[in-house]
Design a protein around this ligand. Structure first.
Ligand code: FES
Ligand code: FES
Length: 156
């Protein structure tokens, strides 16, 4: 297969140069300096590396860059609009829903897609959908609170 020479990330076409089988996470972090997307387990288990591909959450450590080529990739760096944080980002800050913050970008990227599909989730919905995103600091109660706050903001 041909090398991947460009990607569409956060609405912009950017030049890269990678073997198609290279992980998207490696290209984002090592070639493009988009280090908001985190390397956690590297095995698809923790969710720290989650980005959106055409609006759907994907684990970038398990996604070949050749698969991502031609799709719209959104990373945590691309969520803010006109200097304003996404409501879920703001809610994480308002609720203090992080300690070390390592899981936070993946939580938020997964959550953005979740709230788009489920604008009024119950706590059980939130816990069920987010169970694949792990927080080693155990901030789950505050993370749930942030989701509830963001849902309120978006519906008000
Ligand atoms: S780093 Fe990708 S799922 Fe853990
Ligand atoms: S805030 Fe530290 S891993 Fe979640």
């Amino acid at each position: 297969m041909h090398r991947v020479r460009s990607l569409t990330i956060n609405g912009q076409r950017v030049a890269v140069d990678a073997e198609p089988a290279t992980s998207l996470l490696t290209v984002l972090r090592d070639q493009l300096g988009l280090t908001g997307t985190k390397y956690g387990c590297g095995e698809g288990q923790c969710g720290a590396c989650t980005v959106l591909l055409n609006g759907f959450p994907r684990r970038s450590c398990q996604t070949a860059v050749g698969v991502a080529a031609g799709k719209k990739i959104t990373t945590i760096e691309g969520l803010a609009r006109n200097g304003k944080l996404h409501p879920l980002q703001q809610a994480f800050l308002d609720e203090g829903a992080l300690q070390c913050g390592y899981c936070t970008p993946g939580m938020i990227m997964t959550g953005v897609a979740f709230l788009r599909a489920n604008p009024h989730p119950s706590e059980a919905d939130i816990r069920r959908f987010m169970q694949g995103n792990l927080c080693r600091c155990g901030t789950y109660p505050r993370i749930v609170a942030a989701f509830r706050r963001a849902a309120t903001i978006k519906s008000s």
